[in-house]
Design a protein around this ligand. Structure first.
Ligand code: HEC
Length: 391
């Protein structure tokens, strides 16, 4: 088993065990409800972020789990098998003593009551748009209008605000981000470095701001590095299609490729393409012109414009996005470009895929086909703490 697979397994096991413990404690009435979800009652949790960064630690923990499990089995056997009790019990103890105990400071991290909370927003465009407004009102003075940490107040603070573009929001558990924004941050001496917003922002507002910050960070990546260094889910919206009465959520098309086109008055109508379900965002008139699906939502237009790093929907008219079958936004094309190429894949693994990943007898694909082939050869593997896609 390679180290990355092992790390994935350990991460999932650790989270599943802790969530299981939390559910059980909550069911027994031993865990409170905080911000609408069961609250983690302990001051510590497993430091999954260390397991994910440190392959050596992950291997050590795996070996420890194996040996401790074996020791447990021997101990159980000792209980059951009276005549061999002594040697079996001694064996269990020796195993435990020989097991490579991982250093506690790497294995455990401080926890907060919301450590295992999950964002309830579903990455809805309406919530993102609301979050963007709240962000400008409450956070931009320090964090900067684009989230790079260079707001007008930044230089006067004892601690410089971090840039959000470096993946910080993806490296933390979302529930812990919620806690930090609501209750503020302190330096090692206990002096406040960021104020808490529990008094001015509701829990829902705070979740919305965190979504907005992710969109800003992605937009900044798109502008400066022509990449979304961390995978972003397609902002959700209600979509109206000619073939069904009433709107359906975008997630209805999970499993299919989507093309999202931002509408604009002066733009030629996008032509339907059998490789995608095409959704035109931001205009209700497009349906008549033969487009199958539309999302007449100014909020959705804003959310997608921001993903491209553009300040508003007007400037984004004609932008196109490709969403993969798992619901991740993967590629973007600006208007006026003569078609797609692999370079438009903004959410990708670092290295190009090896040539043999193509069928040996197939000719190399070009343009949009090449982009789709590469996108599907490199699925986003993670939506987990701390590890970018493409590993
Ligand atoms: C008065 C300036 C100021 C304001 C206003 C402010 N922040 Fe911060 N923020 C900071 C500073 C400084 C840090 C770094 C603090 C540290 O590392 O101790 C920070 C850190 C953060 C972090 C990183 C936390 C982590 O886990 O490392 C997040 C997320 C964040 N702020 C979100 C927000 C949000 C959301 C708002 C608005 C609701 C906001 N901030 C408003 C100054 C501010």
């Amino acid at each position: 088993m390679d180290t990355t697979t092992l790390q994935n397994l350990l991460l999932q096991a650790a989270q599943a065990v802790q969530r299981g413990v939390l559910q059980a404690l909550h069911a027994l009435g031993l865990a409170d409800t905080v911000h609408g979800q069961p609250a983690w009652p302990l001051a510590w949790r497993i430091a999954v972020e260390n397991l994910v960064i440190d392959g050596g630690l992950a291997r050590q923990v795996a070996l420890w789990v194996l040996m401790a499990g074996l020791a447990l089995l021997w101990a159980a056997a000792a209980m059951a098998w009276r005549r061999r009790r002594l040697p079996l019990a001694a064996g269990a103890l020796i195993l435990l003593a020989l097991a490579p105990w991982p250093p506690a400071h790497l294995l455990w991290a401080p926890a907060v009551p919301t450590s295992f909370h999950r964002s309830p927003t579903g990455f809805e465009a309406t919530r993102i748009a609301q979050g963007l407004k709240l962000y400008q009102a409450h956070c931009a003075a320090c964090h900067g209008h684009d989230g790079r940490g260079e707001g007008p107040l930044a230089a006067s603070l004892p601690t410089w605000p971090p840039t959000l573009s470096a993946g910080l929001l993806w490296k933390r558990a979302e529930g812990e981000l919620l806690w930090r924004v609501q209750h503020g941050l302190h330096d090692r001496q206990g002096r406040p470095t960021m104020p808490g917003f529990a008094g001015s922002l509701s829990t829902d507002d705070t979740w919305a701001v965190l979504d907005a910050m992710k969109v800003l960070a992605a937009g900044d990546g798109a502008t400066r590095q022509a990449a979304w260094p961390w995978p972003v889910t397609a902002p959700q919206m209600a979509v109206d299609c000619a073939d069904a009465p009433g709107p359906r959520p975008l997630a209805h098309w999970r499993g299919q490729r989507l093309r999202i086109v931002l509408a604009g008055a002066a733009l030629p109508q996008p032509i339907e393409d059998p490789r995608f379900v095409t959704v035109v965002v931001g205009s209700s008139q497009t349906r008549a012109a033969g487009v199958e699906c539309t999302a007449a939502s100014a909020d959705a237009a804003t959310a997608y414009a921001r993903l491209a790093g553009l300040p508003d929907a007007q400037q984004a008219a004609g932008l196109q996005f490709i969403v993969d079958r798992q619901g991740w936004v993967r590629a973007m094309s600006r208007p006026g470009r003569g078609g797609w190429s692999e370079d438009d894949l903004l959410c990708r693994a670092e290295a190009a895929p090896p040539a043999q990943s193509r069928a040996a007898d197939a000719p190399p694909a070009a343009g949009l086909d090449a982009l789709i082939a590469r996108m599907e050869a490199e699925p986003v593997e993670v939506a987990r703490l701390g590890v970018p896609h493409g590993r």
